[in-house]
Design a binder for this molecule. Structure first.
Ligand code: FES
Ligand code: FES
Length: 231
């Protein structure tokens, strides 16, 4: 290449660089008149006020409508006896009683429970005296680590009430005579409550002893169960 050609080429390159720098900067500096306003990532939600009765006491709450009953109980009201296991409705650790029926509180929005009566494991004992099922779990060694136990207890109470009201299960043999409290019924109906420590035989035994005691003396207060010696 001749020296003159080389000089022209350098000049052309320099001119191109200059034009790109000037007009590119101008282009970048153009305001984006047509660009839409960016949408907020998480639009603010209005809190909703609800009233809950928990273990007999009234509570007013102002909650994000996405709050589950489990988080309302644990994080807003301090009832940490109710446990979060899977948070997906699969383990039963979060079971509480809502108007007497057992409910997985991780699957229930708190705002859907406005005005309802909730019972957690903290509400089972009566003035310092354990609920018969709590006593039976201790007697029958129905737990090891205890993480599933609050859910097991609430679920068992709701489950016995379901049988008492003739609600059938998948293993109920006769729908006309209604279900009986058998080991098979208890195992089936408690199958939504997982115990990683595998205390299942003792949990079933505890539930059956409580039912047998109540069936033997139906007039007795719920706190009266036979005082069997500790194993
Ligand atoms: S935490 Fe609710 S079912 Fe597991
Ligand atoms: S006692 Fe440990 S998970 Fe049930």
């Amino acid at each position: 290449m001749k020296p003159l050609d080389l000089a022209l080429t350098r000049r052309a390159l320099g001119l191109a660089s200059f034009m790109a720098a000037v007009f590119g900067r101008q282009l970048r500096a153009q305001p984006l008149h047509d660009a839409p306003e960016p949408a907020p990532v998480s639009p603010p939600r209005q809190s909703i006020r609800i009233e809950l009765s928990v273990n007999g006491d009234p509570y007013d709450l102002s909650l994000d409508p996405r709050t589950t009953l489990l988080d309302a109980l644990r994080d807003h009201l301090g009832f940490t006896g109710t446990k979060k296991g899977c948070d997906h409705g699969q383990c039963g650790a979060c079971t509480v009683l809502v108007n007497g029926a057992r409910v997985n509180s991780c699957l229930s929005l708190a705002v859907a429970r406005d005005g309802d009566e909730i019972v957690t494991v903290e509400g089972l004992a009566d003035h310092g005296r354990l609920h018969p099922l709590q006593e039976a779990f201790v007697r029958e060694d129905g737990f090891q680590c205890g993480y599933c136990t609050p859910g097991q207890l609430c679920s068992a109470i709701g489950m016995l009430d379901e049988i008492e009201h003739d609600v059938p299960s998948a293993v109920t043999a006769n729908l006309t005579t209604g279900p009986q409290v058998t080991a098979e019924e208890v195992r089936e109906r408690m199958s939504g409550n997982i115990c990683r420590c595998s205390a299942y035989p003792n949990i079933v035994a505890a539930i059956l002893t409580v039912h047998q005691a109540q069936a033997a003396s139906p007039q007795a207060p719920r706190g009266q169960t036979p005082n069997r010696p500790m194993p």
